[in-house]
Design a protein around this ligand. Structure first.
Ligand SMILES: [Fe+2]
Length: 508
């Protein structure tokens, strides 16, 4: 099956006006790849001079340039060559800028950073529209700031497009799970393209497979979720190797398994690229007999996939950072374990007990997550306690006891750069507070002590009593249970003790 591109290749002559050589080179390379002839200008004066004497099909001009700025250049270009469409390059597209530039005759914007596909579509659209307008008389009123009908239409379209772009950004801003990004991307894409079905294929390059991780519009038929396809089959191979979208008048071949049912429909495959690698392919299938995808819709879809790819990249980065933090924390725990073998196993056991108590209390998942994450680190501050105190078998002096007590504050200080959640910090800082206010470091009482710390206090004490320490053997579970029950309402939160007594811990 051959991929039918939306527009035919033709020879165009493009003028580039940007004071930055690197931008001119980047744009020039992309445009030349399309077989177009490109002339670059580093300043507006030379460009205006060339525009007066040579033919160009379209002009791309930076808004921010020293000397004659982009807006003045635009005004002069429209006076010198009114029929040549001018596209403004900007890092900050906004409605104000759209009004200003379109008022002076610009036809579109090219937002930085550039995306090759989008650049091609914008230039083609500008040239095609200029061709359509060629027979009309030139409207001299633009230059004095009024809005003729065509410019007004352009402005309305641009505002609509910016508003859709804004919606795309906002919708993707508040999602942080991959599955949510897939779902929202499909939802927005279906609205933009007015498509009947959408699917998300995740590339697994190790196994050369594409796995369906999202589907929309398949409610009435069989689900395709989890279906596996080969990255080597067309048309996927082409999308992955060119890293560019592909549009098919009818979805046959390997696409057939994703699009059950009779009839052939147009299909768009748009890649999400991270680090120059296609990681996801968004697929959209139109309605039988539906309209062909417009260039405007395609441009918005490419913007959407670029935003979604950026969002996925951020998630991957956060996950990496998170894994690095966990690895660093485990190194710290290992360092502590090498000095005090009791602490590490104790920390993991206490965390498990605390999770069981939290579950028995019906705590929400975020409380359980805080306990699970911060629990193993709750005694990390002991890394700052000298060996002769840390390893001492009881009978602390007053001063030594104060040093031991300082481990909660030291622990919070060690973890501070990690910007932990308050509930995670509370596990470390407050796990030695007591219900009656006689604990440390703050002497908080009752519900002043965060719930996670009240839970941790019971779990910590239970484990301390039931494990063997350098200075005494482990106590029996019954003894520990009775002691915790005795301290209900003094050392411990009565509700936490009740949950502890009903929890899985004592049923083991
Ligand atoms: Fe502790």
């Amino acid at each position: 099956m051959q991929a039918a591109r939306l527009l035919q290749i033709e020879q165009l002559r493009i003028m580039l006006v940007d004071d930055e050589t690197s931008v001119r080179e980047a744009l020039s390379e992309i445009l030349s790849r399309r077989g177009w002839r490109v002339s670059g200008f580093g300043n507006a004066e030379e460009a205006i001079n060339a525009l007066r004497h040579e033919h160009f099909d379209a002009v791309l001009a930076d808004i921010n340039m020293p000397g004659i700025g982009g807006m003045d250049f635009l005004r002069m270009a429209k006076e010198s060559a009114p029929a040549v469409p001018v596209i403004m390059i900007t890092g900050y597209p906004s409605i104000d800028l759209a009004v200003e530039a379109i008022k002076f005759g610009a036809v579109d914007f090219l937002p930085k950073p550039f995306k090759a596909d989008e650049l091609e579509i914008i230039v083609r659209k500008a040239v095609r529209n200029a061709g359509n307008e060629a027979g009309r008389p030139v409207d001299k009123t633009r230059a004095i700031g009024t809005l003729p009908e065509l410019a007004r239409k352009r402005l309305e379209d641009k505002i609509k497009e910016l508003s859709i772009l804004h919606t795309i950004s906002e919708s993707l801003d508040d999602v942080n799970e991959k599955e949510d990004i897939f779902r929202k991307t499909m939802d927005i894409a279906q609205i933009i393209a007015d498509s009947e079905r959408a699917f998300v294929l995740v590339a697994e390059h190790d196994t050369n497979e594409l796995v369906v991780r999202g589907e929309a519009g398949y409610e009435s038929g069989p689900s395709i979720a989890g279906m596996k396809l080969s990255t080597k089959d067309e048309p996927f191979r082409e999308v992955i190797s060119t890293k560019s979208y592909a549009y098919f008048a009818s979805g046959g071949g390997a696409l057939g398994s994703l699009l059950p049912g009779p009839g052939s429909v147009p299909v768009l495959l748009a890649p999400l690229v991270i680090n120059r690698e296609v990681v996801v392919i968004l697929g959209l299938a139109g309605k039988t007999g539906g309209k062909e995808l417009t260039n405007d819709a395609l441009s918005l879809l490419l913007n959407l996939t670029a935003k979604a790819a950026l969002k996925l990249e951020n998630i991957a980065l956060s996950e990496n950072i998170f894994l690095s933090i966990i690895a660093a924390m485990n190194s710290l725990l290992n360092a502590l374990d090498a000095r005090d073998t009791y602490t590490k196993d104790h920390s993991h056991r206490v965390t498990q007990y605390a999770v069981k108590i939290a579950r028995a209390m019906g705590c929400p998942q975020d409380v359980i997550d805080s306990i699970s994450f911060a629990g193993p680190l709750h005694d990390i501050g002991k890394i700052g306690v000298r060996d002769d105190i840390l390893l001492k078998a009881g009978n602390f002096t007053v001063e030594e006891r104060e040093v031991m007590k300082s481990h909660v504050v030291r622990g919070e200080e060690i973890l501070r750069p990690l910007n932990l959640l308050n509930s995670e910090k509370a596990v470390v800082l407050y796990h030695h507070e007591r219900w009656d206010g006689s604990g440390y470091p703050m002497g908080l009482a009752g519900c002043e002590i965060p719930l996670v710390a009240r839970i941790f206090s019971v779990a910590d004490t239970f484990d301390a009593m039931t494990s063997t320490r350098p200075y005494r053997r482990a106590l029996g579970i019954d003894v520990a249970r009775d002691e915790i029950t005795r301290c209900k309402g003094t050392q411990f939160d009565p509700e936490v003790v009740n949950a502890f007594l009903e929890s899985e811990i004592l049923k083991a």
